[in-house]
Write a protein that binds this ligand. Structure first.
Ligand SMILES: Nc1ncnc2c1ncn2[C@@H]1O[C@H](COP(=O)(O)OP(=O)(O)O)[C@@H](O)[C@H]1O
Ligand SMILES: [Mg+2]
Length: 224
């Protein structure tokens, strides 16, 4: 097992006041090594909230998250930043590539906090991944010069560059047309299998969900 969430509660606002919004309620989840899961659920059900907790971008009100047997709830800010950079890859609905940098620079950026400079091994890995997703020829272009689908494929490379154990994707095909969405779904599925990473994908796409090992529905703060 790579990830375990136990009795997670999360809300927004002041619990003492009536504006308090309870989002996750006694939520439990286990993800195995190399497992691919999809999380579906209506808008506002708390899918992004859940991914933010797993991604340690936010903290639960109570409950415990363990990663490879180590409790990460309770890590210091410094430990969390290191953990996120080393163990996790993030893919969002919008690619969030930095517009002033080339594709090549964008995909190598996550290497810098760890290595200070991208070495031969990192550059070879970047080349391998860029070729695999079909963006190698465009590597010296800026994100604005690529299509939405190409930018999202670049975001997949960026997410994989530090060889994470777990990739978190929040509606990664949500902004793409059907054809590009299908292509990205195949790519994610294929690469995660080949690289042996676990995958948690929030998605409305039944095509993408059907390619995962397990599909959960988030409803009333719980996963079913
Ligand atoms: N920072 C926040 N402050 C207050 N309420 C929030 C915040 N983030 C999300 N919410 C609320 O929590 C609920 C779940 O949001 P979210 O996790 O974004 O849902 P989903 O991703 O499933 O659409 C929504 O009602 C939303 O309005
Ligand atoms: Mg969301």
């Amino acid at each position: 097992m790579i990830l375990q969430l136990k009795n997670i509660f999360k809300g927004y606002g002041d619990p003492q006041k009536n504006n308090f919004r309870r989002v996750l309620e006694d939520l439990n989840l286990e993800v195995d090594t190399n497992q691919k899961i999809a999380i579906a659920g209506p808008s506002g059900s708390g899918k992004t909230t859940l991914l933010n907790l797993i991604g340690t971008l936010d903290q639960p009100d109570s409950g415990e998250i363990t990663f490879k047997g180590t409790k990460i709830t309770g890590y210091s800010q410094g430990q969390l930043a290191h953990f996120r950079n080393l163990e996790l890859g993030f893919i969002f609905q919008l690619h969030h590539l930095l517009p002033q940098f080339t594709i090549w620079e964008n995909v190598l950026l996550p290497v810098l906090p760890i290595k200070k400079i991208a070495g031969k091994a990192e550059k070879e890995w970047a080349e391998h991944l860029l070729r695999k997703v079909g963006i190698w020829e465009q590597r010296f272009q800026k994100p604005s010069e690529l299509s939405g689908g190409e930018c999202q494929r670049t975001a997949v490379v960026r997410a994989l560059i530090n060889k994470p154990q777990l990739i978190l994707a929040d509606e990664p095909t949500g902004a793409l047309d059907e054809q590009n969405a299908g292509h990205l779904a195949q790519l994610l599925n294929h690469i995660s299998g080949e690289e042996g990473v676990s995958l948690i994908i929030v998605t409305h796409s039944s095509e993408l969900a059907s390619q995962m090992d397990k599909v959960y529905h988030l409803k009333n703060g719980e996963l079913k």
